[in-house]
Design a protein around this ligand. Structure first.
Ligand SMILES: NC(=O)c1ccc[n+]([C@@H]2O[C@H](COP(=O)([O-])OP(=O)(O)OC[C@H]3O[C@@H](n4cnc5c(N)ncnc54)[C@H](OP(=O)(O)O)[C@@H]3O)[C@@H](O)[C@H]2O)c1
Length: 294
């Protein structure tokens, strides 16, 4: 099998490559179909997914069987002030990878986000719920999803949220840094979601992509919490003495509005018998004990 992973230096891309190379995730073995796979990881310096010519030149001669598109402009505030780059990477880039996969009759996994929803729900979003993004990031990612569906027959769209992993910046690292520097930190308790360990997500992506169950999947950690709950657990597990105090979103205005409620239900994973996402506290503890948090 020939596999292309874009955004390979990012949190998810890096995790996918690690577990493919080691043959196992923290949850279990990588499916046998990937044994001996030829893995190509690219990031923006080697393949700019927004450049259609570069994508064809790169992918067309290589006979990839599976493309996993983890590349994205993920800074939601930067997307708000630079909608052209958000459009190029998150929508056009997704389309370019979908065309490349379709030309080879390859499979494509495209990773998307809770930000496609408006954040006004009171119960977890299901795959059949109508997206209504409120931010440039969410709009660009939703257009990317649509392009993927329209362009590539053998595609999986996997939506995740509140992701943390060993590469790149994330909430866990930010809180650990702040907690080491300060006696007290304030974290919003009126935004609700599902923390997701990139190792668990990578495991599920490989499982899903090994079959032919095309469609939209929600894939987030089990259980719902606020950013405050998440931060308090990070600090507790770290043993640092910093006090975590709840506050409201109004105290932390940001250029891109944050969804108040972005929890997702993994209905598709569950009904296809493929849901092994760990409870978020358990997955967080495993991450913090893994030595991957530097
Ligand atoms: N992080 C989250 O909490 C979260 C939540 C929901 C969904 N997601 C989705 O999950 C996926 C993976 O996220 P992640 O956290 O792993 O992202 P990440 O750590 O930001 O990694 C994305 C990678 O893509 C690269 N990239 C940016 N523009 C590119 C371009 N034009 N061509 C090729 N590569 C480019 C980035 O490079 P630079 O760093 O140099 O820009 C980075 O290495 C994304 O689709 C994201 O939208 C993430």
């Amino acid at each position: 099998m020939r596999l292309l992973i874009t955004g390979s230096r990012g949190q998810l891309g890096n995790e996918l490559i690690e577990i493919l190379r080691s043959g196992t995730s923290e949850i279990g073995a990588v499916p046998a179909v990937y044994a001996g796979a030829e893995i190509t990881g690219v990031d923006v310096d080697t393949l700019d997914i927004a450049d259609i010519g570069a994508v064809s030149d790169f992918a067309d001669g290589k006979n990839f069987d599976l493309i996993i598109n983890c590349a994205a402009m993920t800074n939601v505030d930067a997307c708000e002030s630079d909608c052209e780059t958000a459009m190029k990477v998150n929508a056009i880039g997704a389309r370019n990878m979908a065309s490349a996969a379709e030309r080879r009759n390859a499979k494509l996994v495209h990773v998307s986000t809770d930000y496609v929803f408006d954040g006004r729900a009171a119960t977890p979003y299901r795959e059949w719920d109508s997206p209504a993004p409120a931010t440039v990031y969410g709009k660009s990612k939703l257009l990317g999803e649509r392009y993927v569906r329209e362009t590539c027959r053998r595609s999986f769209i996997v939506r995740t949220a509140w992701l943390y992993g060993s590469a790149g910046n994330n909430f866990v690292r930010t809180i650990l840094k702040l907690a080491a520097e300060k006696d007290r930190i304030k974290v919003v308790d009126d935004q609700i979601g599902n923390p997701t360990n990139a190792n668990d997500l990578a495991h599920h992506i490989l499982r899903i992509a090994a079959g032919d169950g095309y469609g939209v999947y929600h894939c987030t950690g089990e259980g719902i919490c606020s950013w405050y709950d998440f931060a308090a657990e990070i600090v507790r597990l770290s043993g640092l003495s910093c006090e975590v105090e709840p506050c409201s979103t109004e105290e932390f205005p940001r250029p891109a509005p944050r969804p108040a409620y972005s929890a997702m239900d993994r209905l598709m994973l569950r009904t296809t018998g493929a849901d092994e996402m760990r409870p978020w506290r358990e997955a967080l503890e495993a991450f913090m004990k893994s030595g991957k948090v530097k």
